[in-house]
Ligand binder design. Structure first.
Ligand SMILES: Cc1cc2nc3c(=O)[nH]c(=O)nc-3n(C[C@H](O)[C@H](O)[C@H](O)COP(=O)(O)O)c2cc1C
Length: 242
């Protein structure tokens, strides 16, 4: 079984591709109501995006609840450019036989604009090739650590604690009422059910993973995070899959 978490579809796509290549199933951890029984699994995978050079807290908390297993356990993180020491840290919490990073388009529009269509297409095509190779290694039960950590990885991954403590604030989220059509999509798709509609307009509660699904999927690009996103594009993988 492959367990995934995904904000804007990259990690979901990776989980589905790898599941089909190694003939296994995958499931969104946000759809699970109880801790899954993994006692009979022969192989187990975790797929998720990198947030501030770390593993999303929701994934860490999920993994911590799992029983220990003898199954071959692999992990694939998706990131815009570098994963830091996220998977090394995760392997201290749960045994990982193999660890990979896959470079995917960045959805972090709070910090930077979306990439050009060419770069996005190139990244997705390269990821397809990488996944073919990764799937072969998983089938062969190869124990490898193929993670692009990037420079100053130790220092950067230390920042992750601060991200979880302070960086995930929802205070800067707001909706442009001239653009919002009150479709409620943001509220429906939020993985933490953190968004409620007040007079048809979204308001954000506190429990936010900062997956940026709401801002990147809004059909009218009406959602902003402070000033930084006003002039930036929006990313989700569905726009790029044929
Ligand atoms: C809050 C946040 C923090 C991020 N931090 C990093 C990072 O440290 N390094 C990186 O390469 N990409 C970073 N990204 C980009 C995502 O990891 C990348 O786009 C990922 O593939 C998104 O996966 P998803 O579509 O499954 O949510 C960050 C994205 C978000 C939303």
């Amino acid at each position: 079984m492959i367990f995934y978490f995904s904000g804007t579809g990259n990690s979901k796509w990776v989980a589905k591709e790898i599941a089909s290549l190694i003939k296994d199933n995958c499931i969104d951890i946000c759809e699970l109501n109880e801790v899954p029984n993994i006692d009979n699994e022969e192989q187990m995978g975790f797929v998720f995006p990198i947030y501030a050079w770390g593993v999303p807290e929701v994934m860490v908390n999920f993994i911590k609840k799992l029983n220990k297993t003898n199954a071959f356990t692999f992990c694939i993180c998706t990131c815009g450019s570098e994963a830091g020491e996220a998977l090394k840290k995760l392997s201290k919490i749960y045994r990982l036989d193999s660890s990979y990073s896959i470079i995917m388009p960045s959805n972090y529009i709070i910090a930077e604009d979306i990439e050009s269509e060419n770069i996005i297409d190139e990244k997705i095509n390269k990821a397809k090739e990488d996944l073919e190779n990764i799937s072969k290694e998983i089938i062969e039960r190869k124990k490898v650590y193929k993670v692009h950590e990037g420079s100053m990885s130790k220092l950067k991954s230390a920042i992750n604690k601060a991200f979880n403590k302070f960086g995930r604030t929802t205070k800067p989220f707001y909706v442009d009422k001239n653009k919002c059509i009150s479709c409620g999509k943001c509220s429906k798709i939020c993985p933490t059910s953190c968004i409620t509609l007040t007079n048809g307009y979204p308001t954000w509660g506190e429990k936010c993973y900062q997956c940026l699904r709401c801002i990147n999927y809004c059909p009218k690009e009406a959602i902003q995070y402070g000033k930084s996103t006003e002039k930036r594009g929006r990313y989700n993988i569905e726009k790029y899959l044929d």
